[in-house]
Design a protein around this ligand. Structure first.
Ligand code: EPZ
Length: 430
């Protein structure tokens, strides 16, 4: 098992290039099987979840040609089976996007029940409700979701909760259904819009993505396209909070500042200076950090995927802050790890009450999930002394070259494979 070993205490300074959005790319890759023609996808992040999905697609007969680290050419004309199940696909959430994609194209799909980060119960009732509304018969058996239909017909669908996954899945199936589908109370996240743009570039007819009403007129088939994935809002936000927590000066490059507005607003409340230009955002954290309150919400609210990073930063601010997690019920597991570093945080239900401390001290901690893992790295970068973060497997699910990008900003961080490597790092960094 690999670890990150970090010598903290240095402000992060410099520029960092943000990659393609993992959660948009996962949906787009799955949707690329909806045509028999060749699809080229650029700006793909080279992270574990993406590679697992590509491998699962290859196993059902999709031709995957990795042109370079961030570009893939896909041809799905040779699909041999509609059963998607392998050891790894069960561990990622986005496996369920193949349900919507295959159901739309072949009117049948059988996919292992999705896994993903353990951040609370993650039902799929809204996905199933949507597929059934379109005319599919959906059941769960042998650990798989099995969906089939003679034909799919457009319907008016009201979502009971705002869900990114179900909005995306229904959008894919409805793109090849007969007639018009209207999704009400749809998710408005940037990756929902990116998927709609991708499908439209393949000949779909989807309007309203980015608002809470999405209108889809089904088409008979989709065609080839070349498409570039949007920048990753959460990767960018993670580096922005790393700048704040280390009292640094970081410019995130290749971003869409509009997607970062809720993150930028909170950094300003914390006392950071934030400068925006066309595709860059600079965060400067010089004085003491102020306390604030935050509640996670669906887009354009503050993202749940940034909750651990803001909590970790607020724990170093002056005064008392309150963070309320309203999307997933079990997303504060990292708080016990932060406590080992000196944080003073009390969790009650879905609320964390944070009494700021002056500094963290390095400790041996372990990443409980992807975003919490990234937040613990931020804590290590801000801490006095050496921090070892175990289970970085989770972090690698969603951050490409995280340690190298941080080193580019002056951080002392390395990947270690053994206790010997950790000792070597300790000696080297004094
Ligand atoms: C996506 O998960 C992301 N994953 C998550 O990112 C992200 O945290 C989440 O959206 C919210 O933004 C991917 O895109 C692969 P949801 P998803 O459906 O689609 C409830 C990361 O770190 N719900 O929007 O699973 C659900 O319980 C990951 O990159 C139902 O009740 O999230 C939750 O409370 C972690 N029934 C809320 O909706 C359903 O059928 C939002 O979930 C579906 C969801």
């Amino acid at each position: 098992m690999e670890q990150y070993v970090i010598k903290g205490g240095n402000p992060l300074v410099g520029e960092v290039e943000i990659g393609g959005a993992k959660n948009a790319a996962l949906a787009i890759l799955a949707a690329s099987v909806m045509t028999d023609e060749t699809v080229t996808i650029e700006n793909l992040p080279d992270v574990r979840d993406i590679n697992v999905l590509l491998q699962a697609m290859e196993e059902i007969g999709v031709k995957i040609d990795r042109k370079d680290r961030h570009t893939v050419v896909i041809n799905a004309s040779g699909i041999q089976t509609l059963l998607v199940e392998n050891e790894y696909i069960k561990k990622i959430r986005a496996s369920y996007y193949l349900l919507g994609a295959l159901l739309g194209k072949y009117k049948k799909a059988e996919v292992a029940l999705p896994g993903g980060c353990n951040i609370g119960s993650r039902p799929i009732d809204q996905h199933i409700k949507g597929f059934r509304a379109l005319g599919a018969n959906v059941r769960i058996a042998h650990g798989r979701v099995i969906a089939e239909a003679n034909k799919l017909s457009g319907r008016h669908i009201y979502m009971d909760v705002v869900t990114v996954g179900a909005t995306i899945n229904i959008m894919m199936a409805a793109a090849l259904a007969e007639g018009r589908t209207i999704i009400e109370n749809a998710a408005k996240e940037p990756h929902v819009v990116d998927l709609a743009n991708f499908l439209n570039s393949m000949g779909a007819n989807i309007k309203g993505a980015g608002t809470d009403v999405i209108r889809i007129r089904g088409v008979e088939k989709l065609h080839k396209t070349e498409y570039s994935v949007i920048p990753d809002q959460i990767e960018a936000g993670t580096f922005m909070f790393a700048a704040a927590a280390t009292r640094g000066d970081v410019t995130v490059r290749n971003v869409i500042p509009k997607h970062l507005e809720s993150i930028t607003a909170k950094l300003i409340e914390l006392g950071c200076e934030v400068e925006e230009s066309d595709d860059e955002v600079r965060v400067v954290s010089s004085g003491p950090l102020s306390h604030t309150h935050v509640k996670t919400l669906a887009y354009p609210g503050f993202p749940t995927d940034m909750q651990p990073q803001i909590t970790t930063t607020l724990a170093l601010s002056e005064g008392t802050s309150i963070v309320t997690e309203s999307i997933f019920e079990n997303r504060f597991k990292y708080v016990d790890e932060l406590a080992k570093m000196g944080a003073n945080i009390k969790v009650e239900g879905n609320t964390a009450i944070i009494d700021g401390v002056l500094k963290y001290t390095g400790a041996r901690i372990s990443a409980p999930d992807l975003r919490a893992g990234a937040a613990l790295v931020i804590a290590g970068l801000a801490a006095e002394g050496i921090t070892v973060v175990d289970d970085i497997y989770y972090i690698e699910r969603g951050y490409e070259d995280f340690d190298a990008k941080l080193r580019g900003l002056g951080a002392q961080i390395e990947k270690a494979e053994s206790e010997k490597d950790i000792k070597k790092f300790q000696l080297k960094t004094g």
